[in-house]
Write a protein that binds this ligand. Structure first.
Ligand SMILES: [Zn+2]
Ligand SMILES: [Zn+2]
Length: 357
């Protein structure tokens, strides 16, 4: 009995040095220094690679200077959520400290939920500070509803026209992204028409689209028909197309090539929605939410009204007039529907602005 107890004690004595030896060895830089250390962290001198605007998707790099670096490598950090202005996250990227003064690099992403100051409480090698990012109100005088177009690369306003630029890179996954893109995903789910999915040969490519839409849309005397190509823009920066396939024929079997969020790219890689943008109606917003705007400046809503019912009394242009959460005074608006013409019928209700695509 005594002999067994003795063996147990011996093995515990050996266990402790074995663990600490492994720990030291894995981070040892050969000079006996094992842990990244600094002598100061200067959030007040930190900077961001891009300005942030309320309700517009943000992706940037933040740089925070340090001094007293000891030349040791460090791993990436955990995600830090913004406070003050919510909706952003910041993550330390792995790197190696220089000896002396250098910079830590962080990725920042998300969509700021309000204007003001987004604050990030960062911590490195025992030093803490608060990094601040100003979030702008957007273009001066721009009605806030346009800031809901979070996928735009820029939104400017001259008092009459809202100019929206987009690179048309949806923030949802798609079988049409190049396979190497992190947003590539094999098709799953159901096609818009319920048919068997059939992948088309095109691949999503970055675009340079500029839409100019009137801030005060008005009914046109003569209703222009919608062109082929871009007829409006969704909140995620993806263009709306009308209810026709190339050559003006009905969408038909083309619907079987829509991805799981019911969009697809045409031959130049321009991704677009002819029908309900399912990512917006089910993930980013609701079936009764604002989906975007057509070129005539009138808003587009999902397939339901706020009380959950199907929109009633849509005219031949596929819209009607009543108050919405975004336009409490009432406004003409289009609705997505499950059957043709899906988004717009015989043309624009108002006078369309312009698009460069
Ligand atoms: Zn199409
Ligand atoms: Zn309605």
């Amino acid at each position: 009995m005594q002999f067994k107890e003795l063996r147990c004690i011996i093995s515990m004595i050996f266990l402790v040095p074995v663990i600490s030896c492994t720990k030291n060895g894995s981070a040892d830089n050969g000079g006996g220094i094992t842990t990244a250390s600094i002598s100061a962290l200067a959030c007040s001198s930190g900077s961001f690679s891009a300005p942030a605007t309320v309700n517009i998707a943000y992706a940037a790099t933040a740089t925070v200077p340090y001094s007293g670096g000891n030349g040791v490598a460090y791993t990436s950090g955990t995600t830090i959520a913004s406070t003050g202005v919510s909706g952003l996250t910041l993550t330390l990227q792995a790197g190696t400290l220089v000896t002396g003064t250098g910079n830590l690099s962080y990725t920042v992403s998300g969509t700021p939920a309000s204007a003001g100051t987004a604050s990030f409480a960062i911590s490195f090698a025992g030093y803490n500070c608060t990094l601040s990012l100003p979030v702008n109100n957007g273009a001066p005088g721009l009605p806030p509803v346009y800031n809901k177009i979070y996928g735009a690369t820029s939104i400017t306003f001259d008092g009459t026209w809202v100019t929206i630029k987009t690179s048309d890179q949806p923030d949802h996954k798609s079988v049409y992204y190049p396979v190497a893109n992190p947003l590539y995903e094999a098709f799953s789910g159901t096609t818009f028409g319920g048919g068997t999915f059939a992948k088309a040969p095109n691949t999503i490519a970055s675009q340079n689209i500029t839409l100019k839409i009137p801030v005060n849309p008005a009914m046109a005397g003569t209703h222009a028909s919608t062109p082929m190509g871009v007829i409006g823009v969704a909140l995620d920066g993806v263009p709306f197309f009308n209810q026709y396939a190339a050559g003006g024929s009905p969408l038909g079997a083309e619907m079987n090539g829509f991805d799981q969020w019911w969009g697809h790219p045409q031959m130049t890689g321009m991704y677009h929605y002819h029908v309900e943008p399912k990512y917006l109606t089910t993930v980013k917003a609701t079936p009764f939410a604002l989906m975007g705007f057509l070129l005539d400046g009138f808003p587009v809503y999902g397939p339901q009204e706020e009380n959950g019912t199907a929109p009633a009394g849509l005219d031949v242009y596929h819209g009607h007039t009543h108050a919405t959460a975004d336009f409490p005074g009432g406004i003409y608006h289009y609705h997505f529907t499950a059957s043709a013409p899906y988004i717009n019928g015989n043309g624009f209700w108002g006078t369309p602005g312009t698009v460069i695509q």
